[in-house]
Design a protein around this ligand. Structure first.
Ligand code: ATP
Length: 250
């Protein structure tokens, strides 16, 4: 796992050396049925960094997050989180070892209230619900007003606040975010990504997929562009801003 260092994170937002695990992906292939979608992905996400994965529609970004979070089995290749190869681990096992995935379209239980959703997250770590509620409501006062409301009837932004509060209270080592901005107003998106930046500064490793390039690059300290199931380019946010322009125009 040499190479996964704070220095290689680009340093812009102060990645934390050695503490949390990074993600190392080697020659990863994955398919839906017989159609291969990831054609040998190579990616190093340094520990404690925010890493943005950009690329056109259908490039395989969400699929890569699915493989890392154990929701889709790779056909070959390796995913290492920290020091541990996790290729065949279940989502449950990965969650226990500190991987939190917030999938596209929110990661909440729609038929449970806000408070019940929070209570579910306390089960795994034996956390105190009052503490979890305090932490969540301090960050998102709007959720306090709505704590008895079904999560499925919250606005998109409120659902996303609830989804991301899972990372806030369970302190995962690795956070995988898919299209956090989906359908949300720019102000809420900025608020949520501010929180993501804060979590990374505390040592969490964040890999995010985001369709809004400038939004993603404003919070990231490293980024890659994926095209047709492969990482085509990788570099600093400044480098990737320029590269994205030519990839998207092409
Ligand atoms: P977007 O930015 O549009 O969300 P993406 O880069 O996240 O795209 P993926 O969602 O990973 O791309 O999809 C990659 C390819 O895999 C696409 O061609 C898509 O149609 C296909 N695909 C995704 N999910 C499935 C599925 N469940 N079954 C079959 N094919 C799928």
């Amino acid at each position: 796992m040499t190479g996964l260092t704070a220095e290689s994170a680009g340093g812009r937002r102060g990645a934390v050396a050695g503490l949390p695990p990074g993600i190392a992906i080697t020659d990863l292939r994955a398919a839906y049925g017989r159609i291969e979608v990831l054609h040998g992905v190579e990616l190093l996400v340094p520990p404690g960094s925010v890493y943005a994965l950009l690329g056109p529609n259908g490039a395989g970004k969400s699929t890569l997050l699915k493989v890392i979070s154990g929701r889709l089995r790779a056909t070959s290749g390796q995913v290492v989180i920290g020091e541990k190869p996790v290729g065949k681990a279940s989502t449950e096992k990965l969650a226990r070892s500190g991987v939190c995935a917030i999938p596209e379209g929110r990661g909440v239980f729609p038929n449970l209230t806000v408070r019940e959703n929070l209570r579910i997250w306390t089960y795994r770590g034996g956390m105190d619900i009052n503490e979890v509620e305090d932490t969540t409501y301090e960050e998102f006062p709007r959720l306090k007003e709505r704590r008895r409301q079904m999560a499925g009837t919250l606005s998109g932004g409120e659902q996303q606040m609830l989804a991301i509060s899972r990372a806030l209270v369970t302190h995962p080592k690795v956070l995988l975010l898919d299209e956090l901005s989906m359908g949300l107003a720019p102000l809420i998106v900025a608020e949520l990504y501010d929180l993501v930046g804060n979590l990374a500064r505390k040592g969490m490793t964040v890999l995010l997929v985001e369709q809004f390039v400038s939004t993603a690059l404003s919070v990231a300290n490293r980024a890659a562009i994926m095209v047709h199931g492969r990482i085509e380019q990788e570099g600093s946010p400044e480098e990737m801003a320029e590269a994205a322009l030519s990839v998207y125009l092409a």
